[in-house]
Design a protein around this ligand. Structure first.
Ligand code: HEM
Length: 482
């Protein structure tokens, strides 16, 4: 595995994209399911697909996110739940959990569906005025539209804040939308990599550093205003009546739920979060946005969560999409102490000896290969790389070993840091797919091989023929039955 001292075993400073996935799959095929590579600056990193080892690492307090990845996360989403570790993490998670429970998420379905219906109406209107093609198809950027609708949804569901980017004109974009876009609109260049790994360089006032600071200040200002308003509303409600208990928290948005849970009288003083801690959760919320026959058989265009949940093919399509195209490619952990990691399957070392466990030293990095596990032939069978929703009606036993928090897959990770927003995302995705697939035929407007994946924590589609144009997904749409 060549690449040099600086880039380690990786061939080049590529962002985490398909090339990276294929490289990792090639390593596993060539060297076995557990291996050690030399990472950036010749730092050792353990790569394993072993489900017992990954379960251990994700649930043991001996592992935390490493400094470099925490710096990146801190830059992008601040010091919220995604960033903190140990006791701080436990404290934040305790207050936040109730807001993301199944009952709370059920209430958001109306918002998911009604916002997507607004987008559908805008698309219908554009299609009706479209004269560009004789077959009635209209070219749109699916990525830009989904960004808008999911931002509007999280605005309402997250903060009861009407961003309305769906209706904002191109010349007067929403300030919050622009701030989020700025944070995520860069690719990994040499200077970014150097700043990630050489902390003193982070102080250099590059254009990127200035833009990020401005975007973060914008989000902080809006977030603080929202927190103050909601806290005042909740406190005035409480002062007029009985005390607030955690079990009866209610409210229409995630932020109110969080503030209420934090003010609950049965929460010990030491377990409460500061306003700064609550504010720190806001950016994470902001970034986090055969079928047709089944959907057309539903008599309403505004289904409830229960109706959406009883559509088996929609369910399988959502699971399969999230498995094959997991938005987060992978994560990483750093050993905070020496440890012995159990294995399901022994590996053969360069010494030719079979090892039944991995000996980890403090400071070692461990890759958590989310997408690679989701697409591994060893778990999913020979057709692991194919999009085949039917697999969900007859899953192989082997996938039941995967330590994912949801649906036998690693997409939302597992263990103590498993995604808190998975129910929200799955319900949102079902609503989006329901409305779009029921109303429109759609296909790619470019060749599938032109679609590449660019990752900056989360993967986005871009065009290999024009990566500089940034994230986009050119689609052709036309109303069903046209
Ligand atoms: C398809 C959409 C999503 C995917 C694929 C996803 C994936 C993930 C993954 C892989 C992690 C673990 C990161 C790590 O520890 O290395 C995570 C954590 C987290 N996610 Fe999500 N997420 C999604 C949507 C959301 C949404 C909508 C929210 C909030 C509204 C959210 C909030 C969080 C938070 C707060 C954490 C940190 C949890 C902790 O450390 O305890 N996510 N997510």
């Amino acid at each position: 595995m060549s690449g040099g001292l600086f880039w380690g075993s990786a061939a080049s400073p590529r962002p985490i994209d398909w090339a990276c996935l294929f490289l990792h799959e090639h390593w596993f095929e060539t060297y076995g399911h557990t291996l050690r590579i030399w990472g950036l600056m010749a730092r050792p990193m353990i790569f394993t697909l072993d489900p017992v080892a990954i379960r251990h690492i994700l649930s043991s307090p001996a592992y935390e996110k490493g400094e470099a990845i925490r710096h990146q996360l801190g830059e992008l989403v601040g010091q919220g739940l995604l960033f903190v570790e140990g006791a701080d993490h436990k404290k934040q998670r305790r207050v936040m959990n109730p807001a993301f429970g199944p009952l709370q998420v059920r209430r958001f379905t109306e918002t998911f569906v009604s916002k997507t219906n607004e987008m559908r109406d805008l698309w219908m209107d554009l299609c009706s005025r479209n004269t560009t093609r004789s077959d009635g198809f209209l070219r749109i950027d699916g990525f830009a539209w989904l960004n808008k609708v999911t931002l509007d949804i999280i605005g309402l569901a997250g903060f009861d804040y009407n961003i309305d980017s769906l209706h904002a004109s191109e010349d007067a974009p929403n300030a919050l939308n622009e701030a989020v876009r700025t944070l995520f609109s860069f690719s990994i260049t040499l200077s970014v990599v150097l700043q990630i790994f050489i902390p003193p360089l982070r102080k250099l006032p590059t254009k990127r550093v200035r833009e990020t600071a401005k975007a973060k200040a914008e989000i902080t200002e809006i977030g603080m205003r929202l927190i103050a308003e909601k806290k005042a509303a909740i406190l005035s409600e409480v002062s007029s009546g009985a005390s607030l208990e955690k079990k009866d928290i209610q409210g229409n948005d995630l932020l109110s739920l969080l503030i209420r849970a934090n003010l609950a009288s049965d929460l010990p003083e030491s377990a409460r979060l500061s306003d700064r801690d609550i504010l720190a959760q806001v950016p994470t919320f902001l970034v986090a946005g055969k079928l047709r026959d089944e959907l057309l058989a539903v008599p309403t265009g505004s289904p409830t969560e229960a109706e959406l949940d009883h559509l088996p093919y929609l369910d399988a399509v959502v699971r399969e999409t999230l498995r094959l195209h997991s938005p987060v490619y992978g994560s990483e952990r750093e050993a905070a102490q020496d440890d012995v990691v159990p294995l399901k399957t022994p590996y053969t070392g360069t010494d030719g000896v079979a090892h039944h466990e991995i000996h980890v030293s403090k400071g070692d990095l461990i890759a958590i290969p989310i997408t690679t596990m989701n697409r591994s032939v060893a778990f999913w069978g020979e057709d692991a790389h194919e999009f085949r929703p039917e697999r969900w009606f007859d899953l192989p036993e082997s996938v039941k070993e995967l330590p994912g928090a949801w649906s036998n897959q690693m997409t939302f990770l597992g263990g103590v840091h498993a995604c808190i927003g998975y129910r929200f995302s799955v319900a949102e995705m079902k609503a989006l797919m329901f409305v779009i697939a029921r109303s429109f035929e759609f296909k790619l407007a470019v060749s599938p091989v032109d679609i590449m994946r660019k990752s900056m924590i989360v993967g986005r589609p871009a065009l290999s023929s024009n990566p500089a144009a940034g994230a986009q997904l050119p689609l052709l749409i036309r109303p069903v039955g046209n």
